[in-house]
Write a new protein. Structure first.
Length: 257
């Protein structure tokens, strides 16, 4: 067990391996490998679409979608390039990547809202009684011409109930959100066993066409302010209150006169 005591973990690879230690949770983890030429070819042959992403970083910066159809292609930001051979793709991809270590993650064909892909953020926090609680959930819709949903990368936060409305109705929708919150709770409890000291995590899920949720990333220093983008502020106020009880985003003290 690690001696971690509450600092943020930046490596996506480390966080992925932590999830894979749990027999139940690993069923929700996309196939993931360290980026190299052999692994990229294997993953493309197996999954046809993958995401190449930096092991460190945030806001979706540096994420590249790579696909194998009749040809090979990748999309970086709003730019898409196509190649007749894998070697041509790999050479160009290496020139487009940031100068850092990368992962290859199985591509999930995400649900859409008005033809724009979306994913889901669930916030799990220690409450004032120091018990884990799933306090917030929100959907994030990608810019029409981008492959990432992050708010700081032109994504748009929207109520999850709205985004799931085309796929689930009434009680089924409520039960599905409850399932996601329960799964997120289990992830938080597991992470605490592997890395003691966490008080907050944010889990990003991608949901496929069969409505299976996949853990795209676990954020160990999640931003509570995304929930302030919702018109209904009750969830945001609770998330922020818990964040402050955990020692984050404390209001500045008034200066003494």
């Amino acid at each position: 067990m690690s001696a971690y005591r509450g600092r943020s973990i930046s490596s996506k690879w480390v966080k992925t391996k932590a999830l894979l230690l749990n027999k139940e949770l690993r069923n929700f983890v996309p196939d993931t490998k360290i980026y190299n030429q052999a692994n990229l070819l294997t993953m493309l042959n197996k999954h046809k679409m993958v995401y190449v992403k930096p092991t460190t970083g945030s806001a979706g910066n540096g994420v590249i979608r790579v696909e194998k159809t009749k040809h090979y292609s990748f999309q970086n930001g709003q730019t898409r390039r196509t190649f007749p051979t894998f070697q041509g793709l790999f050479t160009a991809l290496n020139k487009s990547k940031l100068n850092r270590t990368y992962l290859i993650q199985q591509g999930i064909h995400l649900l859409t809202h008005h033809n724009r892909i979306f994913d889901i953020r669930i916030m799990v926090q220690k409450n004032p009684k120091q018990s884990w609680e799933a306090t917030g959930y929100i959907g994030r819709v990608a810019h029409p011409r981008k492959i990432v949903t992050n708010f700081h990368n032109s994504g748009k936060p929207l109520p999850l109930e709205l985004l799931l409305g085309s796929y689930l109705q009434n009680r089924k929708k409520h039960d599905y959100i409850t399932f996601l919150r329960q799964l997120s709770y289990k992830i938080a409890v597991h992470y605490q066993k592997v890395y003691p000291g966490f008080k907050e995590i944010g889990i990003d899920y991608g949901v496929d066409k069969k409505l299976k949720p996949w853990v795209l990333e676990v954020n160990t220093s999640p931003d509570p302010f995304i929930f302030n983008q919702l018109k209904e502020k009750k969830m945001f106020f609770k998330v922020l209150r818990f964040a402050r009880s955990n020692g984050r985003f404390l209001p500045a003290r008034r200066r003494r006169k």
